[in-house]
Write a protein that binds this ligand. Structure first.
Ligand SMILES: C[S@@+](CC[C@H](N)C(=O)[O-])C[C@H]1O[C@@H](n2cnc3c(N)ncnc32)[C@H](O)[C@@H]1O
Length: 159
């Protein structure tokens, strides 16, 4: 799974969520993996690589679009353990990480229509869209309802 993530994103981890996605999901208390210099806020509080969001306690409603690479399983594990928030990941539904931290734990999933165009860290829009389909994963019943009623283009399913 990890190598798949890196391959589709060209090995770079500073790919930012299009603001329209987060805007459709309401306010988040914490983004535990945010850029050190960000063009816009994704939550009320942010942890960056400087604080290391994997080592910090998480709180409230969490927005998590994790860094791509070997460590992605650690982020999915934290999200599953926290149980309150929305995760944005590639729809690698067959992987070990999905079978550990999504299918048995999450309450809803939105398979997004088309491919997302993640932003560069300066907020600019790259030429190419992502090389794989994305999904939003809801942890906690309220987040499943928010996802279902978000108006985002895609297919929502209760898990
Ligand atoms: C895919 S980007 C997503 C950024 C932002 N969360 C968003 O949704 O737009 C992953 C981010 O995680 C950050 N990151 C990498 N390792 C981290 C760590 N140990 N703790 C906190 N953030 C980290 C990267 O700098 C990068 O900005």
């Amino acid at each position: 799974m990890n190598t798949s993530f890196e391959r589709v994103m060209g090995g770079k981890s500073e790919w930012l969520t299009p603001p329209g996605i987060i805007g459709a999901l309401g306010e988040f208390d914490l983004d535990p993996c945010a850029p050190v210099v960000r063009p816009f806020d994704t939550a009320r509080h942010h942890f960056t690589v400087v604080e290391d969001g994997l080592l910090r306690p998480w709180f409230g409603r969490v927005w998590c679009n994790p860094p791509y690479g070997r460590e992605i399983g650690g982020w999915l594990k934290r999200m599953a353990g926290h149980g309150n928030g929305v995760l944005l990941v590639f729809a690698r539904t067959e992987t070990e990480n999905f079978f550990r931290y999504v299918w048995p734990v999450a309450l809803g999933i939105m398979f997004l229509r088309g491919r997302l165009t993640f932003l560069n860290v300066d907020g600019s829009v790259p030429v190419n869209h992502a090389g794989a389909p994305s999904c939003l994963v809801a942890y906690g019943r309220e987040n499943a309802e928010v996802l279902k009623n978000s108006g985002l283009r895609g297919k929502f399913l209760y898990i």
